[in-house]
Design a protein around this ligand. Structure first.
Ligand SMILES: NC(=O)c1ccc[n+]([C@@H]2O[C@H](COP(=O)([O-])OP(=O)(O)OC[C@H]3O[C@@H](n4cnc5c(N)ncnc54)[C@H](O)[C@@H]3O)[C@@H](O)[C@H]2O)c1
Length: 256
């Protein structure tokens, strides 16, 4: 029996993952703004600290896996706060609790949207600047419509994973750190975008999914389940696209 912390556990991919792990007999500590074992707002520094404290108290400082999955898809600065800073703080804040596990694992939920146009200044500021600067810039982008915000948060998160996975803190401590990059998944986040066959068809033109089309959240849950299982001994810093083929359609053999 393993102990998992999953953020964004009240809905969609996080809920499907929590449900699968419960059914398997694992202990799940869900983190969300509502309907969770630990209720916390990961868009704020205070909320992130409260989350780490609450998880530490509930687990006696010992967990086996972290799934940093909570996210927003609005064209707002709040999306930057949750998708990037919330995910990084979840991984960094809970990493010490993984160190007593015989098989510690960590996964973040990025997105195939990381392949879409991004705001390069925001991406640079997220990776190398300060949260104050990044959130100020995000506020300006929000006022201008915020269309690139979501993709930028996901690209920066995927790059954060690539930067850290092989370091002493992660690989050196025996913790596989990876990400999943879903295509279009049927969750409350996408409900409106796929509410009619016409809307779905036009979204699939942007995000081509020749393999089976729009996916159910259980598909992501299975992948997260494997990435966070003891069976995963050697995946390090991989961003695994679970996207029905959009990555190969858009990038072909330019990455390998
Ligand atoms: N659905 C898709 O097509 C899709 C595709 C690619 C990536 N993703 C990513 O998958 C992850 C899960 O998304 P989903 O589709 O299950 O969406 P969802 O909206 O169903 O679930 C997201 C959960 O995150 C929680 N959350 C949001 N802000 C939070 C905050 N400040 N503090 C704590 N919890 C917060 C929400 O309350 C919600 O329960 C997100 O990171 C999303 O960006 C989704």
């Amino acid at each position: 029996m393993r102990t998992y912390v999953i953020t964004g556990s009240a809905s969609g991919i996080g809920l499907a993952t929590a449900t699968m792990l419960h059914a398997r007999g694992d202990v799940v500590i869900g983190v969300d703004r509502h309907d969770a074992e630990v209720v916390a707002d990961l868009s704020t520094e205070q909320g992130r600290q409260d989350m780490v404290r609450a998880v530490t108290e509930r687990t006696d400082g010992h967990i086996d896996a972290v799934v940093a999955n909570a996210g927003l898809a609005t064209p707002t600065a709040a999306t930057v706060a949750v998708n990037y800073y919330g995910a990084v703080a979840t991984l960094e804040g809970l990493r010490p609790l993984l160190l007593r596990s015989p098989n510690p694992r960590a996964v973040a939920t990025a997105s195939m949207a990381s392949l879409m146009p991004v705001d390069e200044q925001l991406e640079r500021t997220l990776l190398d600047g300060t949260p104050t600067d990044a959130l100020e810039l995000a506020g300006k982008l929000e006022e201008a419509g915020g269309q690139t915000i979501y993709a930028t948060t996901k690209r920066a998160l995927a790059r954060w994973i690539r930067r850290h996975a092989a370091t002493a803190d992660w690989a050196g401590a025996g913790i596989p750190l990876n990400a999943i990059a879903p295509g279009i998944i049927r969750t409350p986040m996408t409900a409106q975008m796929i509410s009619t066959p016409e809307a779905t068809a036009s979204l699939l033109e942007l995000v081509p999914m020749p393999l089976h089309g729009v996916a159910e959240p259980a598909a992501c849950a299975s992948l997260i389940g494997w990435l966070t299982s003891p069976e995963n001994t050697h995946l390090c810093g991989q961003v695994v696209f679970i996207d029905g083929g959009s990555d190969v359609v858009l990038r072909g053999d330019s990455v390998w």
